[in-house]
Design a protein around this ligand. Structure first.
Ligand SMILES: Cc1ncc(COP(=O)(O)O)c(C=O)c1O
Length: 393
């Protein structure tokens, strides 16, 4: 490899995750794969075909530029739904290409209508309902009015879905808030029953659940679920994992020793050089790393430029020859030094695992993230898109 590090994506890990998650949601519910944030750092253009190979045909993105990347990578049967930002010009593009999108206010509704009239195609709309997250969405009479607009403009607009998003389903401390949101969703939805019963409307997909909601509150699983972090092999939080593994729901029961989610991502680099440093010297910039015994060090060409946080200076670990090797000194822009004194026979060119498994040892993003004081989500999406990604079995 010419690059200083690369990210390997495991097709078999993804297959296991999706099989497990599909078992939880049941056969009738559509599995929408959430691929915003460059597919949580995995890379949209590689991840979409991988997910399609596992049978997925629905993708949720945040913005029109992500939709464009997904559009270029997907097969013709797959559908895309934009949940967030779309520049006015991009609404035309979305309508023209059968890309569905959220409508959460009257401005977006007007754009959808305008675009549909101009390109002579129906805009595919998912109405977002406000249930307590207080971000975007219609509430109460505004929602009814939005449905009325859809019905009155049925030759230009298709109501494909009605949806909401929970305010932190990964933390059990939000239990009451989530329950109130669910109740609000069901109540407002019932309030639309007369309008939705019209023969002009085809089946409207209700969707509210993200990974944590789906795993913790099965009652949030409706006609479609929007699954992000879990498909990549990460629990949304430790709480979600513990709650799930101890749940009384038989479908949710799993062995305490077997994790049904497998990391798809592995981040690897290699040893660039090795050297010995005498006791009493310092390593790298500044004086944070006084050497207290004779050391053997290896230079690894990965630094904060590549997403290896400076918070890991003198703290983080990587794997080499199946053993953990600590970071010595400050994380530089392009390089770290690791202590290989206790790892025999390390040579230039040896594989370094920054995230993932090597031998019997694993560095999970969680552990890496804890040290870097950010959660899996934040760490994954901050992996630079320039690091080459490859699919492995
Ligand atoms: C609206 C919406 N739905 C679904 C998801 C997927 O969430 P998760 O990655 O926790 O499954 C997200 C992610 O934040 C989201 O913003």
């Amino acid at each position: 490899m010419y690059e200083t590090s690369r990210i390997e994506l495991s097709q078999s890990a993804l297959k296991k995750n999706i099989r497990f998650l599909k078992r939880q949601i049941g056969k009738k519910t559509v599995f929408s794969s959430v691929i915003k944030g460059n597919a949580y750092g995995h890379g949209i253009s590689l991840f979409v075909p991988m997910a399609e190979q596992c049978g997925l045909r629905h993708f949720c993105v945040f913005s029109a530029d992500e939709a464009l990347q997904a559009f270029r990578s997907k097969n013709e049967n797959s559908r895309i739904l934009i949940m967030g930002d779309i520049h006015d010009d991009a609404v035309y593009w979305a309508v023209e290409n059968d890309i569905s999108f959220y409508v959460f206010d009257s401005t977006r509704m007007k754009s959808a209508l305008r675009a549909a009239k101009r390109v002579h195609k129906k805009a595919r709309v998912h109405l977002e309902m406000e249930t307590g997250l207080n971000r975007t969405g219609f509430f109460g009479t505004a929602l009814k009015r939005a449905v009325r607009t859809m019905i009155e403009n049925k030759e230009h607009l298709v109501l494909e879905g009605i949806c909401t998003h929970y305010a932190g389903a990964e933390n059990l401390s939000n239990y009451l808030r989530i329950q109130n949101q669910l109740e609000s969703f069901n109540q407002q939805y019932r309030g639309l029953s007369e309008q939705l019963a019209r023969p002009s409307l085809s089946r409207v997909l209700r969707h509210t659940a993200c990974s944590a909601a789906m795993l913790t509150y099965p009652e949030t699983i409706m006609d479609m679920v929007r699954i992000g972090i879990a498909q990549y092999g990460f629990w949304p939080s430790k709480e979600t994992e513990i709650h799930f593994s101890t749940s009384k729901n038989p479908k949710q029961k799993r062995s305490k020793h077997h994790d049904p989610l497998v990391r798809v991502i592995k981040w690897v680099s290699r040893v660039m050089s090795t050297k010995k440093v005498k006791r009493g010297e310092y390593v790298g910039y500044g004086s944070s790393s006084l050497v207290t015994r004779d050391l053997k060090l290896a230079a690894v060409p990965v630094g904060y430029f590549h997403g290896f946080s400076r918070d890991q200076s003198n703290k983080g670990h990587v794997l080499v020859r199946g053993r953990r090797a600590p970071v010595v000194g400050m994380v530089n822009m392009n390089m770290i030094m690791i202590d290989i004194t206790d790892v025999p026979d390390v040579r230039t060119g040896d594989e370094i695992v920054i995230i993932g498994k090597q031998g019997d040892n694993t560095i999970s993003v969680g552990a890496f993230g804890e040290l870097a004081r950010c959660i899996n989500y934040e760490l994954l999406v901050s992996l630079p898109s320039e690091i080459p990604r490859v699919v492995v079995d």
